[in-house]
Design a binder for this molecule. Structure first.
Ligand SMILES: Nc1ncnc2c1ncn2[C@@H]1O[C@H](COP(=O)(O)OP(=O)(O)O)[C@@H](O)[C@H]1O
Ligand SMILES: [Mg+2]
Length: 243
């Protein structure tokens, strides 16, 4: 299925706080796009604009699916999820007192997904065997890495075509960061997902990204393929310490 997310000239914010200024970004079928930036630069705000949680004050957010176009700024979050978009929120936002299985079920609220719970949870347990072993364990009692797997799996319960992942590496030990990022790559490759991932961990993000954008103070200051990103002066000085 042909899919394209096209964000054009978006301004957005919170009351008097302008968090995004004229942001444009594109994600096309089968690609992994990294949205790179340090804390407070607008990554989560942009993700929330795609999900209909924050409404842009200017600009457009359009999802094209097989030549049909949907203006996401006019749809509710539920309608956006119904189109096949899911988000793994920053900080995972699991229900710690519910089990792994119960957390997964909460990811299946999309009407189409409700009829596919058995199939989608089998799929999640296949990708993340550790969740199958721990299906009756309380989410809050698992390690950070396991919780991140669960947060991703919960998003997969709505069988999305476009997966937004907001800072999967946050709060994880380096080895788990690497493991999590590799899982996202595996998902994309095996199941044809399209991925938009916000990250501060430049090295890990570009390991699996096809393209990347750098956001600073709510503005896109650079976009390009992975090679161009690695060679970019800004990246070298900010992220690689070689500028
Ligand atoms: N709910 C909110 N209310 C007011 N300001 C917010 C809110 N959420 C984020 N901001 C502000 O918007 C800007 C961008 O934040 P955010 O999108 O969370 O950045 P990032 O995800 O890159 O860390 C920051 O200045 C932040 O303080
Ligand atoms: Mg954020």
């Amino acid at each position: 299925m042909a899919l394209e997310l096209s964000i054009r000239d978006v301004d957005a914010g919170y009351g008097a706080v302008r968090a995004l200024h004229g942001v444009s970004l594109n994600v096309s079928s089968g690609n992994t796009v990294a949205l790179l930036g340090t804390n407070g630069n607008g990554k989560s705000t942009l993700m929330k604009c795609v999900m209909g949680i924050v409404r842009p004050t200017r600009g457009s957010v359009v999802l094209s699916l097989d030549n049909r176009q949907y203006d996401l700024t006019r749809l509710s979050t539920e309608e956006i999820v119904n189109l096949g978009v899911a988000m793994v929120p920053e900080g995972r936002r699991l229900f710690p007192k519910l089990t792994v299985e119960e957390n997964l079920l909460l990811g299946a609220f999309r009407p189409l997904a409700r009829g596919e719970i058995a199939k989608n949870s089998a799929f999640c347990y296949e990708i993340f065997p550790v969740l199958a072993e721990r299906r009756r364990q309380l989410a809050g009692s698992m390690s950070g890495g396991q919780q991140q797997m669960l947060a991703i799996a919960r998003a997969l319960m709505s069988a999305p075509k476009l997966l937004l992942v907001d800072e999967p590496s946050v709060g994880l030990a380096p080895i788990l960061v690497s493991h999590t990022i590799t899982k996202i790559k595996e998902l994309k490759e095996r199941y044809g997902l399209t991925v938009l991932m916000a990250e501060q961990n430049f090295h890990q993000a570009i390991r699996i990204a096809d393209r990347g954008y750098i956001i600073v103070h709510g503005e896109i200051v650079f976009e390009g393929g992975v090679k161009a990103l690695e060679q970019n002066e800004l990246v070298r000085s900010y992220y690689l310490g070689t500028g």
